[in-house]
Design a protein around this ligand. Sequence first.
Ligand SMILES: Cc1cc2nc3c(=O)[nH]c(=O)nc-3n(C[C@H](O)[C@H](O)[C@H](O)COP(=O)(O)O)c2cc1C
Length: 156
Amino acid sequence: MQSSLTKAIPSGVFVVTTRSGDRINGMTAAWVTQVSFKPPMIAVAIAKERYTYDLISESGSFCLNTLPAGAEDLGRHFGFKSGRKKDKFEGIPHTLSAKGIPILDGACAYVECELEKTCEAGDHTLFIGRVTDCIILKDDAAPIIFEWHAFFGKKV
Ligand SMILES: Cc1cc2nc3c(=O)[nH]c(=O)nc-3n(C[C@H](O)[C@H](O)[C@H](O)COP(=O)(O)O)c2cc1C
């Protein structure tokens, strides 16, 4: 079912970055969408066990880093291990957003958000963010279109 849903409902691949105090982290997410025009708002579905879940809950802010085609390795880097015990930013070039949240040099755009509310949805929680900044870093870059097999191999 998951591989079919991924084909039926295309999405990009993003790295959700956060800062809570002096702790920073990022995790790959594909379940991301716009949800409001005025004010501009987006939603990202994050499972409770993610370290990112804890840091966004604490800090009330996050950034979506949009990955361009060719940056699949960055998606794998942030998507297959947790930042609880490992600094995933070690050796990964990045700058900081206006709120001090990490922005990947490898991203083609980023969206900075303030957490507006959360909403339980099955085994994930929707983090709904009000957009405070949206910056296009590489205007001519095409984003990755998430394909299940490109990251997870076999169909499920
Ligand atoms: C391509 C891809 C897409 C992913 N999409 C999501 C997602 O939308 N929501 C989610 O909770 N986890 C998603 N994950 C899994 C997390 O990125 C992964 O569990 C990560 O290690 C969590 O890191 P953290 O514990 O440092 O927050 C995805 C992983 C990959 C490789």
